[in-house]
Design a protein around this ligand. Sequence first.
Ligand SMILES: [Zn+2]
Length: 142
Amino acid sequence: MNCQLCQKELEAYREGRLPESTRIQVEEHLKACQACSESYSLLRVADQVIEDEKSQEFNLYLSTRVMSKIGEMEISRQAKHVPVYRKILKPALISVSVAAAVLVGVIAGNLYKPAGSANEIPVELLYMNDAAMESVYLFAND
Ligand SMILES: [Zn+2]
């Protein structure tokens, strides 16, 4: 077997698709020929890389598991020693902001003059008589 033929058969040899006689010939050539055995080991390396890439799918589950584990650890760590200021201050801050919002609402409501007190006319408006200023008789006269 020569190098050219061996190179041609390497792929099939690697995948175990060669008939017995050809397989033995290739194996013998690989033992004898440095160049062909090197290219064969290169193919094996490429195979290994591809296999590694394929196994990444399983690692995907692994990484998901690891990430969820890390999440659990962080949650339990937070639960274990929540700082006191966070335990007290956070609810306190929420209560204070709610109270402030209510207070602002009450103040805004008081600032706005409700419709019920519309009857109270400001003093300066009392002296203005709209009816007198724009009397309909003004237009009726001729
Ligand atoms: Zn060769």
